[in-house]
Design a protein around this ligand. Structure first.
Ligand code: B12
Length: 139
């Protein structure tokens, strides 16, 4: 009888655990790197690590990083059609008159090619091990 009760509790515990294990990647977070490059002043690059939730958008990881790391700051403006436009990073702001802006580039995976996403920080969904490159440059 005792054995039966034990078996019941053990299987109940397993039933509770298994879905948690199976969906780990769906609920867990992916590590990404964020590298700040200034192609105009040639200031040294800065790299931060951040976490993005499963299928989460880049700006979410940037907001979390900003809350936890006082060295990283960014501002954005809200475009009525395309959403958040990255305006400044660590006090360096794009300027229409000077034709400067923060370009979003991504090195995909561990050592994949560098791509220029066709969406901004509010739409881009980083993949695991992406290196996000925020590049201050001219248009
Ligand atoms: C010119 C242009 C730019 C210029 C704008 C400079 C300026 N002040 O004129 C610059 C080079 C800065 C730029 C940057 C980017 N752009 Co752009 N850009 C365009 C383009 C070719 C024309 C926009 C325009 O002048 N419209 C006419 C004016 C009168 O309308 P407007 O509403 O005032 O236009 C403003 C917005 O379009 C805004 N804007 C431009 N690009 C982007 C991108 C995002 C994400 C946001 C929120 C706003 C925004 O800047 C314009 C001037 O203020 C469009 C494509 C097209 N043919 O429409 C792409 C377009 C809008 N850009 C796009 C993208 C993806 C980007 C980048 C994210 C690219 C990157 N990987 O870095 C970056 C933005 C990064 C950031 N800092 O957040 C996409 C947006 C798609 C989407 N759903 O997100 C488009 C549609 C091109 C595409 N790939 O299909 N862009």
């Amino acid at each position: 009888m005792m054995g039966l009760i034990m078996a019941f509790f053990l299987s109940a515990a397993l039933l509770l655990l298994v879905p948690g294990i199976l969906t780990e990647t769906e609920h867990g977070s992916n590590p990404i790197n964020l590298t700040i490059v200034n192609s105009i002043s040639n200031a040294p690059n800065e790299t931060y690590s951040a976490d993005v939730v499963f299928r989460g958008i880049l700006i979410g990881a940037m907001r979390r990083l900003q809350q936890t790391n006082s060295d990283f700051k960014f501002t954005y403006t809200e475009d009525p059609n395309y959403g958040p436009f990255l305006e400044s990073v660590n006090g360096v702001a794009g300027d229409n008159a000077e034709h400067t802006y923060w370009e979003l580039l991504v090195q995909t995976g561990k050592s994949g090619p560098v791509i220029r996403p066709d969406v901004g920080i509010g739409c881009y969904i980083p993949g695991p091990n992406d290196r996000i490159i925020l590049n201050f440059t001219k248009w």
